[in-house]
Design a protein around this ligand. Structure first.
Ligand code: ZN
Length: 137
């Protein structure tokens, strides 16, 4: 697969309002979108930093993936997302290289991206997302 850049870095936080305030006041970033992804039980907030984004993630439920992550590891970097091309075709290719797939098929993430997660067990401990902007016709 062809990876073009780091699309975003996902950061798990307990209180997204406080974290947004921190990122805006400390670094001068501007939060341009807040979006809830019901499917993932998260509320997300985005900042643009060059061509890479920071994605803040707050759990909307203690049993969601971010809620569980924070309970286990505390707040901090949750995942890295690479922008790629042909994510759908890339998944079996990655699997054939020994990567464990969390998502066998791409699904819809925040910002209308097609996303798929790779298991940290097979990526040196880094929960990795590959994503692709699908042009809607
Ligand atoms: Zn993400």
């Amino acid at each position: 697969m062809e990876i073009t850049h780091i699309e975003h870095i996902g950061i798990a936080v307990k209180d997204i309002e406080q974290a947004i305030k921190f990122y805006e006041e400390t670094y001068g970033f501007k939060c341009y979108a807040v979006e809830e992804v019901a499917d993932q039980k998260v509320k997300t907030a985005f900042f643009m930093v060059g061509q890479t984004k920071i994605e803040l993630l707050e759990s909307t439920s203690p049993d969601g993936p971010i809620g569980k992550f924070i309970e286990k590891k505390g707040e901090g970097i949750h995942h890295i997302a690479f922008a790629g091309k042909n994510v759908k075709e890339a998944l079996p290719e990655l699997e054939s290289k020994g990567v464990l797939l969390i998502d066998k098929q791409p699904r819809k993430g925040a910002e209308g991206l097609d996303i798929a997660f790779l298991h940290p067990k097979s990526t040196f401990g880094v929960l990795t997302e590959i994503c692709e902007k699908i042009e809607t016709k």
